[in-house]
Each structure stands twice: as structure tokens, then as C-alpha cells.
Design a protein around this ligand. Structure first.
Ligand code: KIV
Length: 302
């Protein structure tokens, strides 16, 4: 059975599996992960697809947003995730600047994510000039996930993270972009921060699976940020997030206990250590802090 108990589970979730999931009306569960321990947990939990998002920038690397993230950051994180996820499909984001400037460079960067990172698919934002790249990568055998609505790499142009497509003209533009992305060969598309009725219209107009975030319940699947659903993002909260655990305070309290134990000399104890034949320490050069019995006798301490 699949992770949601409604269908057959393949050894590895694949692009055709996602298409079938949509055709059979099974919802696709996707989450971001940026390192091996998280990928291992997500995989064991039955997640269908992992997004190595460029949101690594704000969630892990300490940047204000995604824009400073480099190809090397993404390749390293993708490698860590793909080495730990045995079932989930691993999709790697192409970071800002890695596909906007030059198409040949963009192809080479996508190839790096697959070849060095071990990704099974790549994702990048927008339509327009990105369409030719979707077409080219699809022909090279690299599956592409599109991304419309709020596109974080255009945060400056869009005036920050805000819902897109609330007017007729902007809704039409997003629907057109989604159709063009499908037509160019994308196997799936992220709909980020658009009104639920628009997400439903787009999902109904396409044949590829739509993966929503902040776009309501009518998409074929959902992607959420690891740190948001696990309470690791500090105090920040978003309307589109359901917090499934609040690990931040748990981790903080655990680390505080550890710090107090170390500072108070309660950890480590001999229980966490290895002993040895003490005779081996006799006459050890330079051992002034813990003198041997012979040294103590010699100095009159013994
Ligand atoms: O980088 C990311 O995490 C994303 C999701 C918001 C879809 O692109």
C-alpha cells in the first residue's frame, strides 16, 4: 500500500508514478529536506517526493531569502538527500542565477543536479524564457517541475511573499503560464500562494499533477517546508502551514540540559568512557595535571 494506504507502492516513486497518482486521484505528499537525516526521516515516514528547495537559503544557511543560494549549495544538499532517500522522488531546485542567464549554462547546471546531486528531477520558476529550457531538459531526459504563482526568486519584483492571481488579469496570466509549462513538457507544477479557486481551475485545466503550497485543498498534492511543519522556524507562522510538531522548544530544552550537565560536571561520567590499565600511564611524559602514583611519591604528594 502507498504511504496514504490507498494504492500500490513501488520501490521508488517515479515521474510516471506521480502521473498515475493524479489519474487515480491519489494525493501526493511532498516536503522539503536539505540534509541526510531529514531525508531519511521523510522517506521512512512515507513521503512521496522530497524537494531540495532553494529555501535552504532562509531555513538552513541563515540568509534572508533564497537569492544568495549557489549551485554548489544545491548540489551538496541534493547529494545528502538523495543518498538517504530510497523511496521518495528527489526533486532539486535550480537556484537563482543558475538558469536565467544562458540556456547552455542552465542545461549544464541541471545536469550537475542529476549527475553529482543524484536528483531525479529539477524544478525552476516561471514560464516565458524558461519554457525553452523545460523543453530542452525534457528532451534530454531530465524531468522538470514548474513553479508559478508566488515565485520566491522574483521576491523583489513581486514586493515580497504575497498571494498572486487575485485579479482576473493576473489569474489568467498564471493559468496561461501553467498551461505553457505543461505544454513545454513539465511533468508537474508547483502552485504557490494563489487563491484556492484559481488553484482548482488550474488543476482542472491541466493533465499533469499540481502541487500546492498556500493554494488551498484542490491541488493534486501538497509541498510544505520542513521547518514550518515541525516548528523549527522560530516564532514565524503562516496561514498555509499546519504545525505537526513543535520541535524547536524540545530541541532547545534538550540542548540546555546538555549544557547544564557539561557545565556542572554531570556529563560525561565513566559510564560514557573507556578505562585502561593504569600502569600504562606511569611515567608518562608531560602529565602534570594528573600525575602518576610514582610521580606523586617522588614529589612527596603521595
Ligand atoms: O524552495 C522551496 O522550498 C520551494 C517551495 C516553496 C515550493 O520552492
Amino acid at each position: 500500500m502507498s504511504s496514504n494506504g490507498t494504492g500500490p507502492t513501488p520501490k521508488r516513486v517515479t515521474v510516471p508514478w506521480l502521473r498515475e497518482a493524479r489519474a487515480e486521484d491519489r494525493r501526493i505528499a511532498m516536503v522539503t529536506a536539505y540534509d541526510a537525516p531529514s531525508a531519511r526521516l521523510a522517506d521512512a515516514a512515507g513521503i512521496d517526493a522530497i524537494l531540495v528547495g532553494d529555501s535552504i537559503g532562509s531555513n538552513v544557511l541563515g540568509f534572508a531569502n533564497e537569492l544568495p543560494v549557489t549551485m554548489d549549495d544545491m548540489v551538496r544538499a541534493t547529494r545528502a538527500v538523495s543518498g538517504a532517500a530510497y523511496r521518495a522522488l528527489v526533486v532539486a531546485d535550480m537556484p537563482f542565477g543558475s538558469y536565467q542567464c544562458n540556456e547552455d549554462e542552465a542545461v549544464a547546471n541541471a545536469v550537475r543536479l542529476v549527475k553529482e546531486g543524484g536528483a531525479q528531477a529539477v524544478k525552476f520558476e516561471g514560464a516565458g524564457r524558461a519554457l525553452a529550457l523545460i523543453e530542452r531538459l525534457s528532451h534530454c531526459g531530465i524531468p522538470v517541475m514548474g513553479h508559478v504563482g508566488f515565485t520566491p526568486q522574483s521576491t523583489h519584483a513581486l514586493g515580497g511573499a504575497r498571494v498572486q492571481g487575485k485579479t482576473r488579469a493576473s489569474a489568467q496570466a498564471i493559468l496561461d503560464a501553467a498551461r505553457e509549462i505543461q505544454f513545454a513538457g513539465a511533468f508537474s507544477i508547483v502552485l504557490e500562494l494563489i487563491p484556492a479557486p484559481l488553484a482548482r481551475t488550474i488543476t482542472g485545466s491541466l493533465t499533469i499533477p499540481t502541487i500546492g503550497i498556500g493554494s488551498g485543498p484542490h491541488c493534486d498534492g501538497q509541498v510544505q517546508i520542513w521547518h514550518d511543519i515541525l516548528g523549527l522556524g522560530g516564532e514565524r507562522t503562516f496561514r498555509h502551514v499546519r504545525r505537526y510538531a513543535n520541535l524547536g522548544p524540545l530541541i532547545r530544552d534538550a540542548i540546555a540540559s546538555y549544557a547544564l550537565d557539561v557545565q556542572g560536571g554531570q556529563f560525561p561520567t565513566m559510564e560514557h568512557a573507556v578505562s585502561m590499565d593504569l600502569d600504562q600511564l606511569d611515567n608518562l611524559d608531560g602529565d602534570e595535571r594528573f600525575p602518576s602514583e610514582a610521580q606523586k611519591e617522588e614529589s612527596g604528594e603521595g
